[in-house]
Ligand binder design. Structure first.
Ligand code: C2O
Ligand code: CU
Length: 430
């Protein structure tokens, strides 16, 4: 913290290397190091200041995915940092406890920059979170950044065109926090995993190898109202889930990704990993586990969204690399929303490709999926949602009061190849 009590982070984007395999260097990008970046952490109502230097030889940006902040602080494609340049965004954290993240957002280069390793978690803490959730970072509160990589013969990350399909890169090798074949030594009865799908295109359907149930406690933008017991949680790129799993002394449990429900035709499902089963993380419980408190029954107050008189209802059709027939144009603002109003957006993917939809600035609530009420895992705060083909997804968004007529926020598909190709638009808050 600085003299005025603001929380200061010194970051630099770096080109470096990382040993995914011992003794063998892979060229990577990272933040404050060769690969990935530090977990940033701030408390609700705290003011953060980021001193970010771009030490790459090319322009990039860092976007605070899921954060409610002024558009000029957002780190999108309009906040580029030239090589050697410094950018110093600052804002007050004004949102509940959540697992957010950060990653570059240079227009048409996002996929490559993220794939090569620039990403990290940004955890928001909130003093009103009830006791009982495992919260000792690295002990029983574990970041799980999941990415799939494709290694070439020379041990380098392969981002060449040959491996790109119309969904972008799909790797056959899973790493968690940059580690291949990862495990975690568990010392407590319960562990909280903060799952982040930081992959370019792959959709994961997480579950344990013995199908044990776990408690879903949080989604993209915050804690659920109450824990929800399930055996599977699906995350498309950009989505997060916080789960709490219970272990018995001495046992091993493997977190795995089962074939996801992509919802497309068989051909597209196959090329988007819809048939893949992949091991993600092994949990190795010690022979003696220290007791964990029971999970709280109530986790957070989720306000009911009042959509009786939305300020606007907008429809978005995703197809190919376009939204409503238009590809991203940095100089075109697609629409303006009014400060402090609630809007309803209906997003429909009308081709047979996998897509999702991410909105900057506002955490939203899902109103319906294909006309039906959302399933429990979509009832909390979300900033990214899967949009299966021909299935309208209705969301309610409330915009804050960060008015800026000239600086837009983005909305886009978070399959990064699609985003880079133009499946993105821009809005301003006025
Ligand atoms: Cu995760 Cu527009 O970004
Ligand atoms: Cu897409």
């Amino acid at each position: 913290a600085d003299e005025s009590g603001r929380r200061v982070f010194d970051l630099r984007t770096t080109a470096g290397e990382h040993q995914f395999r011992p003794g063998r260097a892979t060229a990577t990008l990272g933040v404050n190091g060769g690969h990935l970046g530090p977990t940033l952490r701030a408390t609700r109502d705290e003011t953060v200041v980021i001193n970010l230097r771009n030490a790459l030889s090319e322009p990039t940006s860092l976007h605070w995915h899921g954060m409610h902040l002024p558009a000029a602080m957002d780190g999108g494609p309009h906040q580029m940092i030239e090589p050697g340049g410094v950018w110093t965004p600052t804002w007050r954290v004004a949102q509940p406890a959540a697992t957010l993240w950060y990653h570059p957002h240079p227009h048409q280069q996002t996929a490559r920059h993220v794939y090569l390793g620039m990403a990290g978690l940004f955890i928001v803490d909130d003093p009103t979170t009830p006791a009982g959730l495992p919260s000792r970072y690295g002990v029983d509160d574990i970041p799980v950044i999941v990415q799939d990589k494709q290694f070439g013969d020379d041990n380098q990350l392969d981002d060449s065109e040959a491996f790109w399909t119309s969904m972008g890169i799909l790797g056959d090798t899973i790493c968690v926090n940059g580690t291949l074949a990862p495990y975690h030594d568990v010392t407590t009865e319960r562990v909280r995993l903060r799952l982040l799908n930081a992959s370019n295109a792959r959709i994961y359907r997480f579950g344990f190898s013995d199908d044990r149930p776990f408690a879903l406690v949080g989604t993209d933008g915050g804690l659920l109202a109450a824990p929800y017991e399930t055996a599977r949680i699906q995350l498309t790129p950009g989505e997060r889930a916080e789960i709490v799993v219970t272990l018995r002394p001495g046992e091993r449990a493997v977190l795995r990704s089962y074939p996801p429900e992509v919802g497309t035709n068989v051909w597209n499902a196959r090329f988007s990993g819809g048939h893949d089963t992949l091991d993600v993380l092994q949990l190795r419980a010690a022979t003696q586990l220290s007791p964990s408190p029971p999970l709280p029954d109530r986790l957070a107050d989720l306000p009911r969204t009042d959509t009786s008189t939305p300020a606007a209802i907008r429809t978005f059709q995703l197809s190919g690399y376009s939204i409503n027939g238009a590809r991203m144009d940095m100089s075109r603002i697609d629409f303006a929303v009014t400060r402090d109003t609630t809007e309803v957006w209906e997003i429909t993917a009308i081709d047979e490709a996998p897509h999702n939809f991410h909105v900057h600035e506002a955490q939203f609530r899902v109103l319906s999926v294909g006309g039906a009420p959302p399933p429990p895992e979509l009832r909390g705060w979300k900033d990214t949602v899967h949009t299966p083909p021909n299935t309208p997804v209705r969301i309610a968004l409330r915009f804050g009061d960060y008015v800026d007529r000239n600086t837009p926020y983005m909305y886009h598909c978070h399959l990064l190849y699609h985003e880079d190709q133009g499946l993105m638009g821009q809005f301003v808050v006025v």
